[in-house]
Design a protein around this ligand. Structure first.
Ligand code: FE2
Length: 327
């Protein structure tokens, strides 16, 4: 039974994905990409760390770039509904035998760190320092006019296991891809906040991080970004797109930052809050699943991702050969 019914009584309440914490080799160079070219806002520069946010965001940070020895992703952060949910989450981790601990994170209240059963590093928090939204500060808009973090996408060596875990935590299924004529989950999109996803999993060597999706207001913002990047020295950063996904219906552009971290400019998906919202199934061989207009994604998009520090990467349980899309 690969697709599970929604769990409306989860052990603790997650509101949404809220931040990604990455290591980069040279924060000053990263700043030229994420801030000068893409238009994220610098909330704080602290030593070798950059705390960035989108224009509309009132929380202190949604992208954290810290100088580190390897270009890995150290944590995916989720906001929970209350302080009590952090204690409920700790009890849940204990009941499942998942190692967990409360950690100190700048500009955040109590933060619970744990790994999901596949080794994906997760952090949960309720309180974060708030800052003014710059939604109406149009004079400060630059680059892609990024408004907020939208989602993360991860490689999982066992998508069914990742799916089972996050579904138990109350994440709801919006779309999924399965090998033709089977119910084997190859990729799945899960949400808490009411659009297509907060987190997605794709079969592959993992656990690894595939990309962070950031929300922009319009297709025009993405087209404009293509013009900006291609004329300001960032042509090689454009990995895939622009285009429209079949799955999620979103308009997209995938970019690689100077360390290879992948970011997706994302807009035009849809509302999923109804409790009886039925998931959409895609056959893996349907080329319109990835790009509605039929163009294949590059090989790098399927194979390359960032490591989570210290986590053992395993080969996927599903055989990739019969189900990869044409390049
Ligand atoms: Fe995405």
């Amino acid at each position: 039974m690969p697709i599970r019914p929604p769990n409306f009584q989860p052990p603790f309440n997650v509101v949404r994905v809220a931040y990604v914490d990455c290591h980069v080799s040279e924060p000053a160079l990263s700043k030229t990409f994420w801030v000068d070219a893409l238009g994220l806002v610098v909330t704080e520069e602290m030593g070798d760390a950059l705390y960035l946010r989108g224009l509309e965001e009132r929380n202190h940070h949604s992208i954290v770039l810290r100088k580190g020895p390897d270009p890995d992703v150290t944590a995916i952060g989720f906001k929970v509904f209350s302080e009590e949910d952090l204690d409920r989450a700790a009890s849940y981790c204990a009941s499942k035998g998942l190692p967990h601990r409360f950690v100190e994170r700048p500009f955040q209240g109590r933060t619970l760190a744990f790994d999901d059963p596949l080794g994906t590093p997760i952090e949960l928090f309720y309180k974060m320092t708030t800052v003014p939204s710059m939604l109406r500060s149009y004079g400060a808009y630059r680059g892609a006019h990024i408004q907020r973090i939208d989602h993360v996408n991860c490689f999982s060596p066992d998508v069914q296991a990742s799916y089972d875990f996050f579904t138990e935590l109350g994440f709801r299924t919006t779309e999924y891809a399965a090998a033709d004529d089977t119910d084997q989950l190859w990729s799945v999109w899960l949400h808490r906040k009411g659009n297509v996803h907060d987190i997605a999993f794709t079969s592959g060597r993992g656990p690894r991080f595939h990309h962070v999706g950031v929300w922009v207001s319009s297709v025009g913002d993405i087209i404009h970004t293509c013009d900006v990047l291609s004329t300001t020295g960032w042509l090689a950063s454009m990995e895939r797109g622009p285009g429209r996904h079949g799955l999620s219906n979103a308009f997209f552009l995938y970019l690689r930052d100077p360390d290879g971290h992948r970011v997706e400019l994302f807009t035009s998906d849809y509302l999923t809050v109804d409790p009886d919202h039925e998931p959409t199934r895609w056959n893996l061989r349907d080329p319109q699943r990835q790009t509605l207009w039929g163009m294949p994604a590059p090989r790098s998009w399927f194979e390359e991702g960032a490591r989570f520090p210290g986590r053992v990467v395993r080969e996927p349980v599903l055989d990739a050969q019969p189900i990869v899309a044409p390049w």
